[in-house]
Design a protein around this ligand. Structure first.
Ligand SMILES: [Zn+2]
Length: 132
């Protein structure tokens, strides 16, 4: 038995190739472009809403306000990535799901960073007590 889907990660995105029984899953998903607008502290979407980011399906582009704290910038990016996932999955855009996705991804990332710092500190201590 073989896996029914092959997944290939490329610079441009994730390409899945599936056998006939699962061909509905086959397709090429090109990651959206991500543009950080350094001078902007908000971004207005086409429908007039003001936020920190926007996903434009027609362009497959995410725009994020750059002149905001890092946490806001990353959460905006993750939120718009959730909309991209909703878009390529054929699901209606849902703000609550996108916010939850952004929050969870940001918290996961923060906990990985904390873990890295702890590991670095532990190594630093080893060096100091290592003698020579
Ligand atoms: Zn949204």
């Amino acid at each position: 038995m073989t896996d029914y889907c092959e997944i290939e990660y490329t610079e441009k995105g994730v390409i899945t190739k599936c056998d006939e029984t699962h061909d509905k899953r086959a397709g090429t998903f090109i990651l959206p472009g991500i543009t950080v607008l350094e001078e902007f502290d908000t971004i207005e979407s086409e429908d007039g809403r003001i936020g920190f980011g926007v996903y434009v399906p027609e362009e497959s582009q995410i725009y994020v306000a750059g002149n905001v704290p890092q946490e806001i910038k990353l959460k905006a990016l993750f939120h718009e990535l959730a909309h991209w996932v909703q878009d390529i999955s054929g699901i209606d855009f849902d703000e609550d799901t996108a916010n939850e996705f952004a929050e969870r991804l940001y918290n996961a990332m923060a906990s990985v960073e904390t873990h890295d710092k702890r590991t670095e500190n532990a190594r630093g201590c080893d060096k100091q007590t290592g003698g020579d």
